[in-house]
Design a protein. Structure first.
Length: 105
């Protein structure tokens, strides 16, 4: 598990910057930030890993139970998917298919 501060110096501040940095490091994202979960749908950013959005009332034990429920249902997270975990269910949505930019363009 990693934290945002490990993504670089300076630390990415905008959701699209966080997603790009996580993509370069090949990290999946677990977040409670709605803006970060929406970013692939609102900005032209390529991300081919999984995003888990914890849409919960409180953190702590609720988050641990939600993560357990996620992995009971889905043993492996599929690439290019947004998993929205609420207190009652897990919803899966495919991330937009954006063309990956080639180096030098």
């Amino acid at each position: 598990m990693h934290i945002v501060a490990e993504l670089g110096d300076p630390v990415p501040r905008q959701p699209a910057e966080v997603i790009q940095a996580a993509h370069r490091r090949q990290w999946d994202i677990i977040t409670a930030d709605a803006g970060l979960a929406r970013a692939p749908f609102e900005t032209p950013v390529f991300f081919d890993r999984a995003i888990v959005y914890l849409q919960l009332e409180s953190a702590g034990a609720d988050a641990a139970e939600a993560i357990d429920r996620l992995f009971e249902r889905y043993r492996r997270l599929a690439p290019r998917r947004l998993y929205t975990v609420t207190p009652g269910r897990v919803k899966v949505r495919q991330l937009p298919a954006r063309q990956q930019r080639k180096s030098g363009q």
